[in-house]
Design a protein around this ligand. Structure first.
Ligand code: NAD
Length: 478
């Protein structure tokens, strides 16, 4: 018996949750349920996080959380409960299988069967944003080695346990050489540990285009948070409907399972919604807690029901479907089919060990880190890079020199182009003149002199080498 936390959510949430629980219980799921209230009511009672502290205690104690979609009220100030839950509980992996159900659900891609493994905690989702000058704001993209190792290993382990043949990595490392570059580098490292699984890397733009055009050439796709967010919705939609896809959010301690769609408030309370997305989330949950036989039974009965043409309104098509049913009737039909298998769609056969056990991240030996320069970011309203270069050279002291100025990343000094548009946000790079090493007190001197000269330094970024390897990007055009 596994004790799980359940939240019925808002909109269509309670109906699809009731249907899902009824099906998995009828299939023999050994679960005990603690129900908590999250979402709209909690938000509107004045709790901006949408969840009470006592509910966190229950989620953390049970570790397994099955959550229906919730409505985030309009207007500012309400924090997304999904993002908070993923981060608080360290749910680093977001797994979204997207499979077409051809010829029973209309799709342009009859042979599509992919699983998107999306990094769930890092990237631009860290939410670290600042306005730095009148004209420029920034968002920090943070990528960590533990974050990459965990998600990439998860993708390969998933492929191994679920009999998948290939893992594809999507990044934009031709542009973001440090951040996406690290993700790609670690992908190549970890791929070596799984010689039986094919691996490949695509640049995200062409990779996404290819996925939308010929998804059948992909199997498991692993990618960074933002790209994964975008491509998993596309994948679910082109497979047939966002209403059919479930999602698992997995961490080292806890896990949360849900549908990928929202609370569809316009459909609420009418016994219309398709419970399949949440049911698919529940099947992943059953696999995760080791109840693989029950998961298999539910999945095959669900496939059989879709094959029988028993469809809710969202996938109902005159020439394909047989009966249009409501949420409750669909659930009844799946229950009727428990123990049966589909005859045309692929029968699932979850292996006994469809449970992923990943090693904890092991800290690496720190590298030899050397300070080799500094970038001063300056708010300056002029337009001629030669002028700001002259001002900065005037505050420079011995043993270091101004080597480059960029504006929005493009080199504008020395030898910039007149055509390059310059904002009020200038990055000015100083490097040591004698030898390679810079000292932190040289940066302090530089900042003190900038202050005296009324130069508005809005931030500094230290330039490091790690074991002799450059830890910063060059200016574009440098
Ligand atoms: P949505 O996914 O709720 O609905 C979009 C449309 O898709 C609906 O109008 C409906 O026609 C269809 N649809 C979605 N799920 C369906 C189902 N199970 N069966 C049949 N049809 C279905 O997206 P939205 O309208 O943009 O968002 C509504 C609310 O849901 C918002 O408050 C949003 O913040 C929230 N939301 C919550 C989650 C979550 O809790 N995980 C995720 C996304 C959106």
């Amino acid at each position: 018996m596994t004790r799980i936390t359940v939240a019925k959510g808002d909109g269509i949430g309670p109906e699809i949750m009731d249907a899902t629980l009824k099906i998995i219980k009828a299939a023999g799921a050994k679960i005990e349920i603690d129900e908590i209230e999250v979402g709209e009511k909690v938000y509107l009672s004045g709790n901006t996080s949408g969840i009470a502290n006592e509910s966190w205690d229950i989620i953390r104690r049970n570790k397994i959380f099955l959550k229906a979609p919730i409505t985030t009220p309009q207007g500012g100030g309400y924090k997304s409960l999904n993002v908070t839950t993923r981060k608080f509980l360290g749910l680093y992996s977001n797994v979204r299988p997207c499979m077409s159900l051809h010829p029973f659900v209309e799709t342009k891609h009859p042979n599509m069967d992919i699983v998107i493994v999306r990094e769930n905690e890092e990237d631009l989702y860290a939410g670290i944003e600042h306005q730095q000058t009148d004209e420029v704001v920034q968002c920090l993209k943070l990528i960590s080695r533990p974050g990459c190792e965990k998600i990439i290993r998860y993708a390969f382990e998933y492929a191994k346990v679920y009999g998948r043949k290939k893992v594809t990595c999507f990044t934009k490392d031709n542009i973001m050489k440090q951040t996406d570059g690290l993700f790609h580098e670690i992908f190549d490292e970890i791929a070596l540990e799984y010689p039986e699984i094919e691996n490949e890397h695509w640049i995200i733009d062409i990779g996404a285009a290819k996925m939308a055009d010929t998804p059948e050439i992909f199997d498991v796709i692993v990618t960074l948070n933002l790209y994964g967010d975008v491509i998993s919705d596309i994948a679910a939609q082109i497979a047939g409907s966002v209403g059919l896809a479930g999602s698992a959010n997995i961490g080292e301690e806890c896990a949360m399972f849900e549908a990928i769609h929202g609370s569809a408030p316009r459909r609420a309370g009418q016994n219309m919604a398709n419970p399949s997305g949440l049911l698919e989330g529940a099947v992943m949950m059953l696999n995760h807690i080791g109840q693989t036989e029950v998961a298999e039974k539910v999945q095959n009965a669900w496939l059989k029901t879709i094959e029988d043409g028993i469809h809710t309104y969202d996938i109902y098509k005159e020439n394909i479907s047989k009966v249009k049913v409501g949420t409750k009737e669909f659930a009844e039909a799946v229950i009727e089919n428990l123990g049966q298998k589909p005859s045309i769609l692929k029968v699932v056969n979850f292996s006994k060990d469809a449970v992923l056990t990943l090693p904890k991240y092991e800290k690496k030996t720190p590298k030899n880190k050397e300070l080799v320069g500094v970038d001063l970011f300056v708010h300056w309203n002029g337009t001629n890079p030669d002028e700001i270069a002259e001002i900065l050279q005037s505050i420079n002291t011995e043993n270091k020199e101004l080597t480059m100025i960029t504006n929005r990343g493009i080199k504008v000094w020395p030898e910039g182009f007149n055509e390059t548009y310059c904002t009020d946000h200038w990055r000015c790079r100083f490097k040591p003149t004698n030898g390679k090493i810079m000292f932190k007190n040289q940066i302090i001197t530089l900042l003190t002199r900038a202050l005296e000269a009324k130069i508005d330094v809005i931030k500094t970024e230290n330039l490091y080498e790690f074991d002799g390897k450059s830890g910063y990007s060059l200016g574009q055009g440098q």
